[in-house]
Ligand binder design. Structure first.
Ligand SMILES: C[S@@+](CC[C@H](N)C(=O)[O-])C[C@H]1O[C@@H](n2cnc3c(N)ncnc32)[C@H](O)[C@@H]1O
Length: 279
């Protein structure tokens, strides 16, 4: 692929999703976009680029963007964030909610393992959550991933990754060579298409946000824009979870790491108050 075609396609990707592709990743573009090219009747990516230059086909541009997303996910990914959610964050948020309502956002949920891990965690805690209404909204840019997430259908390999066997037996049913998560858990999540480049206030406000393993693909300006948007939809005691390779430090000063809770961030003013209270 020549440099101009690479820059055209990488530019489209950045503009539509925030995903940044460096020139060394040209192989990734070539390998992932060949199936899109074939589906649209092109012989190669030169033809795709030529067609885009002539005419903007929104469906083709969406397909290109979607094909370039990395959708890797697993149940209870990194485990620790889910333990912190159960042991620290949920009790702390519950203590501050007299209306007994909590909203959680799984931003960039991919094929659904993250929000369904939350559902299993909540089910296991149901004796403590009696009378509480907990809403989970899970969003992603990829329609294909959202369809898979809604179906709650996973391969043997996927259910074996991260999921304790007892939970697999308890919450999944085997259908053919796939495993489907129980309908009662599927009904706990509202899946919606949402691009993180848009204003998140369109989704309402949230008490807890998981935005894990997606900011790593964005440039600093996009990371800042996304995080600043999230800071506007959290209440003063709201909490943000990021992936293990992600941080707010050097990106935005609206969030600060919560002391002693790796990967967990709160609004900067709240963390300052926590620190003062601890002295
Ligand atoms: C690696 S997965 C992370 C899944 C899950 N959060 C986890 O940690 O396992 C990244 C997801 O981000 C989504 N994504 C990428 N850019 C996005 C954007 N601009 N808006 C919404 N989702 C996006 C991709 O479609 C993909 O499903």
């Amino acid at each position: 692929m020549n440099l101009q075609d690479f820059e055209l396609l990488a530019g489209i990707l950045k503009h539509r999703s925030g995903l940044v592709l460096s020139k060394e990743k040209v192989y990734l573009l070539e390998s992932r976009l060949m199936s899109v090219a074939r589906k649209y009747g092109f012989k190669n990516l030169d033809e795709v680029a030529g067609s885009i230059r002539l005419r903007r086909d929104e469906a083709l541009l969406d397909a290109i963007t979607e094909a370039m997303t990395t959708n890797e996910s697993l149940f209870f990914r990194d485990i620790k964030p889910f333990e912190i959610l159960r042991e620290k964050v949920l009790p702390q948020i519950m203590a501050g909610r007299s209306n007994r309502r909590i909203r959680i956002w799984s931003a960039a949920c991919s094929s659904g393992q993250e929000p369904y891990s939350m559902c299993m965690l909540l089910k296991e805690q149901r004796h403590k959550l009696d009378g509480w209404r907990i809403e989970i909204v899970a969003t992603d840019l990829s329609r294909e991933m959202l369809e898979k997430a809604k179906s709650g259908m996973y391969t043997q390999f996927e259910v074996q990754r991260g999921l304790p066997i007892a939970m697999m037996v308890k919450y999944f049913k085997q259908t053919g060579d796939k495993w489907q998560i129980d309908a009662s858990l599927r009904s706990m999540v509202t899946f919606r298409e949402f691009n993180l480049l848009e204003d998140p206030l369109a989704l309402g406000t949230f008490d807890i946000v998981f935005c894990r393993n997606v900011l790593i693909y964005f440039d600093p300006a996009t990371k800042r824009k996304v995080l600043d948007g999230m800071s506007r939809l959290l209440p003063h005691d709201g909490v943000l979870f990021l992936g293990g390779a992600e941080t707010v430090l050097g990106v935005t000063d609206r969030f600060q790491p919560v002391p002693g809770q790796r990967g967990v961030y709160a609004l900067a003013d709240s963390v300052d108050t926590m620190r003062r209270a601890a002295v």
